[in-house]
Design a protein around this ligand. Structure first.
Ligand code: PLP
Length: 224
């Protein structure tokens, strides 16, 4: 039951931690159900799918759209007019394009730097060193349409909870370091640490998450 799961999870959240319901591959009707239980933050990972749902659910006041998947630069323009938070800003080039499309839409778009801390190889995300080099470069200061709002990370896909905790801890350490280096910087609030999914969100909260991203536990197995 979608509504029961939302309640079960939100009851356990400490102050300062918010739930992003990951609705990818579930129909718009599932989002309506979650909304009826009070859920307002929804995350999607494909530009076309978020676009369709945004249109289908335009009547739901106060709903926030978060983008969590790899975002191709040529798709940014479709979501720039309404997306509330991009968790997956994974390259300087993508941030530059988000800036361009945000300015075109007359908005500022909040973005999280996607940090690669897991053991798996991936093409996406900044290593902590790359992310720090990007911040030190100051290139982001020119991106008036982007508000750097924090960090997103995924832990290694493993049953080894010590490894998961270590990955989240690495992300937290980067987050704290970056936040200190950005204090008083323009358009950089750096308040959000997005980490934790269905199988590891309790550990993520222990390690300082402010946003947790839960799909399967709420909506069940993905439907298409
Ligand atoms: C799909 C996805 C989630 C949700 O995963 P579940 O295991 O279904 O909770 C969270 N974060 C990202 C980046 C995802 O792609």
């Amino acid at each position: 039951m979608i509504q029961e799961e939302i309640r079960r999870i939100t009851e356990q959240l400490p102050a300062g931690v918010r739930l992003v319901a990951i609705s990818k591959y579930h129909p718009a009707e599932a989002i309506r159900e979650a909304y009826a239980a009070g859920q307002r933050l929804f995350g999607e990972s494909h530009a076309q799918e978020i676009q369709q749902k945004h249109t289908a659910l335009a009547d739901l006041a106060g709903l926030e759209w978060h983008f969590i998947g790899h975002l191709q630069t040529n798709k940014v323009k479709y979501i720039a007019p309404y997306v509330n938070l991009v968790h997956s800003a994974d390259s300087p080039r993508l941030l530059a394009e988000i800036n361009k499309q945000a300015l075109k839409a007359g908005r500022t778009i909040r973005c999280l730097l996607q940090l690669h801390v897991a053991a798996e190889e991936t093409k996406f995300g900044f290593t902590p060193d790359e992310a720090m080099a990007y911040l030190d470069s100051g290139a982001w200061r020119e991106l008036e349409g982007v508000e750097l709002a924090g960090v997103m990370a995924m832990a290694t896909n493993t049953d080894d909870t010590a490894r998961i905790r270590q990955d989240f801890h690495t992300a937290r350490q980067f987050f704290e370091r970056a936040r200190r280096s950005l204090s008083n910087a323009p358009h950089a609030s750096f308040t959000e640490l997005s980490m934790g999914m269905s199988d590891d969100w309790h550990i993520a909260i222990d390690e300082g998450a402010t946003l947790i991203r839960i799909g399967t536990q709420i909506f069940g197995e993905r439907q298409y």
